[in-house]
Design a binder for this molecule. Sequence first.
Ligand code: ASP
Length: 445
Amino acid sequence: MSLKVVKFGGSSLADAGQMKKAADIIRADADRRYVVPSAPGKRFSADTKVTDLLYRCYDLAEKGENFSAVLEEIQSRYNEIISGLGVDFSIDADIREIEENFRKRAGRDYAASRGEYLNGKVFAAYLGFQFVDAAEVIFFREDGSLNQEKTSESLRKALDGVAYAVIPGFYGCGADGYVRTFSRGGSDVTGSIVAGAVRANLYENWTDVSGFLVADPRIIDKPAPIRTITYTELRELSYMGASVLHEEAIFPVRSAGIPINIRNTNDPSAPGTMIVPESHDEEVSAYTITGLAGKKNFMAINLHKDRMNSQIGFCRDVLDVLAENGVCIEHMPSSIDSMTVIIDHAQIAGKEDEIMTQIRKRVNPDDLYLEDGIALVAVVGRGMCRTRGVAARIFAALAHARINVKMIDQGSSELNVIVGVNEEDFEQAIRCIYDMFVNAAEVSR
Ligand code: ASP
């Protein structure tokens, strides 16, 4: 028998109707044994997530203001779900306890975690599964990082002999014994931790989209879906802005070699996207590339100095200045007598003049200037390293679209090509590369 851990996001559990869909999915496969729910999310676009209501409620409590109206709103969200599901369950005692703890200033993390806690209890009652409080099985260290050993051990112990259980997402227990949460969207991480600890065969992450798309649907009309992607490719694409899964969610399953399947609660027959270890990548995309993503708001620091190449430590000195100012760099293309450092604008905003002065003092360049308004486009695909002419096609597409390329970077793994263009050309760059690889492949099929 195989074992699946299934995580349902907030929109998949936003009301009783959505919860029923999730429960049908769980019941359709006896291998779906451990369920990790988020708190109820938005039912419609102007709606408020329960987690945000909890933050709002606690902020009032902390200021000593009256928070009963917001707490009632939260309670009625759950009561609507409970009555919609027709389950014999009450959260009244829990709400009273939460109210008391808010008055005692139990902390913002405790407050936010109650969304998952209550939802987990309601969902467990509806499914007839055992409820396992995440505060008893997920542990953080003093520095806020996950205590992997203690967590895995506790999870295994708590789930030993338990056929079906619900473990709420998003929170655990801090080193001081108080509830702590992951960053927003952190139920994805909980699901991954549970899957890793129980050595699941698959981690299914149910959300409101049918997986990852080759490109951003705000730029490309109905982009093709990504059927299979490796963990490494996903890291590259997520870093460049493709977001479906919490950034930290791949690590616990990756180390155990467990694939993640992103699925759509509103379209359960769609296969979604499989995120697989590098060793399972037999099925390479028909388009050669796996995905395309990008971001605006980058800046370039351009330096020129005659005979820079023979000056030992030149690049290091420039990077030292940036490091001393707490600036993280993205790329560093160079030539014999010049170098460019590409930086996310937010990293350097407000410190530009100071940093330029320090660089000037440290390396005395012949020329030094800042260039703003740069966008980066990442073309990602494990199929690229086995295929000749990929770079040629990327640059031919850009040239035909009359887009000037300001920077090129190809990682040594040949997994991605990163191109820097002017921000005004960003959308067009994505479109023409998409056309070249995806639309052209569709036509020739
Ligand atoms: N409920 C939390 C949030 O809104 C965590 C999650 O949904 O994963 O961020």
